[in-house]
Each structure stands twice: as C-alpha cells, then as structure tokens.
Ligand binder design. Structure first.
Ligand SMILES: Cc1cc2nc3c(=O)[nH]c(=O)nc-3n(C[C@H](O)[C@H](O)[C@H](O)COP(=O)(O)OP(=O)(O)OC[C@H]3O[C@@H](n4cnc5c(N)ncnc54)[C@H](O)[C@@H]3O)c2cc1C
Length: 307
C-alpha cells in the first residue's frame, strides 16, 4: 500500500515543487544522490574507485517535454563523458530515454542517445528501463543502436512476465544486460505482484544471463539474490570476472564493501543533479523505513528541545 502510494507520488508535480525546496528532503536526497553538480559526482566516483569499485554516472532527469530540453540533456551527457576521461576515473554512464526525449518521439530519443553512444566510445552507455509503457520502445531503440555500436547495454526487470522472452532476444544478439527487480508500479496483467514471484523470476533470469549472456550486471541489494548468484556461478564454473554486481549509491555500503573484499566486481550507480525528486521517491518506496526516518526528523525539527 505504502509502496504504491509513494510510487504514485513520485509522478506528482505539485509535491515535487514543494519537496525540492524542503531542507529535510534535500538532506535526505543527499543520502542517495552524489550532489547537484558534475564535479561533486566525479569526486564521489574517485572515492569509490579508491575503495575498489567502479561506477555508472546518471545525470538525473526524466520525461522532458521539449526537443531543446532533450538535446540539452544529451549535451550534458557528452560533457559528463569528457569529465570522466579528463579525471581518469573508472566510470561509464546510465541514462533514461524519456530524458532523451522519448515522449516526443522515438527518433528524438534515438538521435540524442546515438550522439552519446558515439561520444562515449569505447566507454559504455547503459540505457535504464522505465515503466512498462516504455519497454517496447526502449528495446527497439536499444536494438537499433546495438546494430552498429556494441558499447551500449540495456536493463531488464524481473517483475515483468515478458522479461524471459526479452532476455532470450538480448542473449541471442550478445547484448550486455543489467538485471533488476523493477522500480515501478505495474498491474497484475503484466507483472508479478508478490515479492516471492519477482525474486523467483530474478533467479531464473540471473541463471540464463550468467550461463549464456555477455558480462551481465546483477543489480540488487538483496542478500538472497546475491547468494543465489554466487552459488550459481560456483556450481556452473563461471568465474566472477565474467559478471559484475551493481548497487545504488548510498544503499547497503556494508555489503558493497564486503563483496569487493571477497574479490567480486562491484559497480555503483551514482546519480547527481537537481532533478532528484522521482528518484528519491522510488528509493523510499523500496524501503518505507527511509520515509519513517524523514518523518521522524521532521517531527524532531518541529519540536525543538525534544530529542
Ligand atoms: C544499479 C541499479 C540500477 C537500477 N536500475 C534500474 C532500472 O533501470 N529500472 C528499474 O526499474 N529499476 C532499477 N533499479 C531498481 C531496482 O529495480 C529495485 O527497485 C531496487 O534495486 C530494489 O530492489 P532490490 O533488488 O535491492 O531488492 P529488495 O527486495 O527491494 O531489497 C532487498 C534489500 O535491499 C535493501 N534495500 C533495497 N532498496 C533499498 C532502499 N531504497 N533503501 C535502503 N535499503 C534498500 C534493504 O535492505 C532490502 O531489504 C536499479 C537498481 C540498481 C541496484
């Protein structure tokens, strides 16, 4: 219930406008967002690299409404790629097609993303997966790009029934896939509703990708999914150098460090920028305890003297 409400609120513009100016929400966002500027984000990547982790940088933004905004977002990504190269840090980039203008047309998003993929080469560009209404278009654009550019990859959500077939199509062409559970609210007609079913699908897809995929990214903070991955790779003689774990900035840092200490590859998704509202709300939806933390802080702030 709370998860559903928070995901719905993530798409509420009036709440966004109130939230981005709220001091408490801004400091909450800092837990999950590397900063508002590119130099701050590069600094975070540098620190992660020192701790044995690679990164994928995301300039926050989604659902732009003009072609000029979409082109500016692509320019920002090109600058980000230059900054990564200049700083000599180990990071690729992740982007959302609605940030590149997908709501304005497939060709708009394709053209902007192509520009980034070309600027990135040989560095790698990951196309995040958004809600189900975008999945067909995202996969079409991905396959179109992948025909001529192998430095691009995509994301599959285990919550969707269709993902088993999508993964097979991606394995067939040798695409690099990031596997996630899925951060959006989807109806029972197209998506598993029970966590146990989402997890079981995750384990099935993980097995297929580990066995037959191209350097899959197992993106999860769930220790059970991580253990299942380790057991599967051990049982099938798959060396840990053939895949990587991925986690979000600010979540389960203890587990991130432990896996690195055990010799696993770990890439951290590092978002930055001022458009953090929908991203933050999705993180709250994943763990309502995060919301309780904010509410508790607001209550303490509004009752000075009570600690
Ligand atoms: C690198 C990366 C990239 C992603 N890209 C996409 C994408 O492109 N499209 C998409 O739909 N989704 C994406 N996601 C989000 C993903 O779909 C899940 O919503 C998210 O990872 C939570 O699921 P989980 O696998 O961690 O397992 P869960 O079962 O949700 O959580 C397992 C445990 O992880 C910890 N945890 C999980 N989330 C949080 C949180 N927000 N705050 C604190 N602790 C938490 C808790 O300890 C929890 O018990 C991405 C996730 C990662 C890690």
């Amino acid at each position: 219930m709370l998860r559903q409400m928070l995901i719905r609120l993530s798409q509420e513009p009036r709440l966004r406008d109130m939230t981005v100016h709220n001091g408490m929400m801004r400091s909450m966002a800092r837990r999950f967002v590397a900063g508002e500027t590119l130099p701050e984000a590069i600094d975070v990547v540098r620190q992660l690299n020192r701790r044995g982790m690679t990164a994928t940088l995301d300039h926050l933004g989604e659902n732009v409404s003009t072609e000029a905004e979409a082109a500016a977002a692509a320019d920002d990504y090109c600058r980000m790629l230059e900054a990564i190269a200049d700083a000599g840090v180990d990071s690729n980039v992740s982007l959302k097609l609605t940030h590149m203008g997908l709501d304005l047309g497939e060709d708009v998003a394709y053209g902007n993303t192509l520009r980034i993929v070309q600027a990135a080469s040989p560095n790698f560009v990951r196309i995040d997966m958004e809600s189900s209404e975008y999945v067909d278009r995202t996969l079409r654009i991905f396959h179109r790009l992948f025909q001529d550019h192998t430095n691009v990859g995509v994301v599959i959500q285990s919550a969707l029934y269709r993902s088993e077939a999508d993964v097979e199509g991606l394995i067939e062409v040798g695409a690099r896939v990031r596997l996630v559970k899925g951060a959006y609210l989807e109806p029972p007609s197209i998506a598993y509703q029970d966590k146990a079913d989402v997890d079981a699908a995750y384990v099935r897809l993980m097995g297929a990708l580990l066995l037959r995929g191209n350097f899959p990214a197992i993106a999860t903070h769930d220790p059970r999914m991580i253990d299942a991955t380790r057991e599967y790779s051990l049982g099938h003689g798959i060396d840990p150098s053939r895949y990587e774990f991925q986690m979000l900035y600010g979540i389960r840092r203890d587990l991130q460090a432990r896996l690195v200490g055990q010799g696993y590859k770990m890439r951290i998704y590092v978002p930055y920028g001022t458009e953090w509202y929908p991203y933050l709300m999705r993180r709250m939806a994943e763990r309502p305890a995060n919301l309780m933390f904010v509410v508790g802080n607001i209550a303490r702030e509004s009752m000075p003297g009570r600690r």
